[in-house]
Design a binder for this molecule. Structure first.
Ligand code: NDP
Length: 390
């Protein structure tokens, strides 16, 4: 029997990895919806190759180009955030959530509401609205499978285990582009410097977030929300080789670890084939050749994002939406050359401080309140950006 599959963020790095795996056994899948943003050529090419039912771009002004590229194919075309969420409501067995940023939340929620299994790469959904997302899955009998390599690793280490016997969860961090740079040099880092990851090939935004460790900060919160483990049991550990993805320690002192090459085809493929394992085209490690793994504690002075993540977990409520919204706005400003690399954390901290007193962060967790909090956080972050000396 074929499985009905949709991919949100199909034109991105994770979307491409997912289609690469599906393309190895195309007869096993019916592709329902594929979505993208500005990369219309790629979206149209993928929609044709996989004979999708519908292709959706996030941007209305790109719709004519998409229509032209798919003319005569019978593939439906649509545009806009609302159309993406509507596409997620189309019945599917398995949905990949790989849009980058807050825009991934609403389609993920729509996919859960129709009972699909949601492969969740979009960690921002859990950071901004973790309790809402998890409750929606429970209410609709839907399953969420983590796709972040660290969280997939934890998920795999927990198979057959009782979560109440978990003593600690350690997620590893490569240290990103600047792991060996002195702090003074990091202050001068350019966009090109921050966009070069030493181990993983990923989209530009997550690559920069790896250099600042905002990515790891999001992942600490993601671990807390997804596995329901208290923040004091969750640690980040720098592991420059990126081969050990996570470790789970239990009350009896036992430790389960997940080891593999830095290749997202493992985590995506695990989620695609879950609950069974199928052969995947990932390299097998030769431990005798590798010789050793190295680890070190992250330097809090270089990575303030990790401290901010702990404050966000303690505060709870809609603080995660503030954190992510401010981070996304600060990242835009760094990409646009408006601020320097280390300013990003200062802007996020400033925004968290300003919005802590705002009643909004204590409002009920609904999609509307999350969206409003995200919007306000971006405004406050923009004010902080404008106030910084150029
Ligand atoms: P990319 O930047 O490579 O791709 C992002 C995708 O989202 C593209 O399809 C892009 O379209 C689309 N997109 C961008 N903005 C919007 C928007 N406003 N509305 C709808 N779609 C939009 O990102 P990655 O694949 O690297 O990451 C995707 C998600 O997966 C992120 O949440 C990331 O944190 C997470 N993740 C990624 C990993 C990786 O290895 N890359 C590992 C673990 C998690 P277009 O390009 O056409 O404009």
């Amino acid at each position: 029997m074929t499985r009905r599959i949709s991919i949100f963020g199909a034109t991105g790095s994770i979307g491409g990895t997912t289609l690469d795996l599906i393309g190895r056994d195309p007869a096993a899948y019916d592709v329902v919806a594929l979505t993208g943003g500005r990369n219309i050529d790629r979206l149209a090419q993928m929609a044709r190759q996989f004979d999708a039912e519908i292709a959706v771009t996030a941007y209305e002004d790109h719709l004519p180009a998409l229509r032209a590229a798919l003319a005569g194919t019978g593939i439906a075309c649509a545009a806009g955030a609302g159309a993406i969420t509507e596409a997620a409501a189309r019945p599917a067995d398995w949905v990949m959530s790989a849009i980058v940023g807050h825009a991934g939340l609403a389609p993920g929620m729509a996919a859960l509401k129709q009972g699909a299994t949601l492969a969740l790469a979009n960690k921002e959904s859990l950071v901004t609205a973790g309790p809402l997302l998890m409750q929606t899955a429970r209410d609709h009998g839907a399953v969420i499978l983590p796709v972040d390599s660290e969280h997939s690793a934890v998920f795999q280490a927990l198979i057959g285990e009782d979560i109440t016997t978990v003593e600690r969860i350690i997620i590893t961090a490569s240290g990103g582009a600047f792991r060996d740079w002195p702090l003074e040099k990091m202050a001068q880092a350019t966009l090109a410097d921050a966009s070069a990851h030493p181990n993983w090939a990923m989209g530009q935004r997550i690559t920069i977030d790896s250099a600042s460790m905002f990515n790891k900060a999001l992942e600490l919160i993601e671990t807390h929300e997804f596995f329901g483990v208290s923040p004091d049991k969750i640690e980040a550990l720098v592991h420059p080789e990126s081969l050990v993805h996570a470790m789970v320690g239990f009350v009896d002192g036992g430790l389960m670890t997940h080891v593999g090459p830095p290749d997202m085809r493992h985590a995506v493929g695990f989620a695609l084939h879950w609950p069974i394992r199928r052969p995947l085209p990932v390299a097998r490690l030769d431990f005798a050749k590798l010789g050793q793994f190295t680890f070190r504690a992250p330097d809090p002075a270089r990575y303030p994002a990790l401290r901010l993540a702990r404050e966000v977990m303690q505060a709870g409520g809609l603080t995660g939406a503030v954190f992510n919204g401010a981070k996304e706005r600060a990242l835009d400003a760094f990409i646009d050359g408006q601020i320097r690399f280390l300013d990003m954390a200062a802007i996020v901290e400033d925004t968290l401080g300003k919005m802590a007193a705002d009643g909004l962060v204590h409002a009920a967790m609904t999609l509307d309140n999350v969206a409003q909090t995200d919007h306000m956080a971006r405004i406050r972050a923009a004010e902080a950006i404008a106030a910084r000396p150029s």
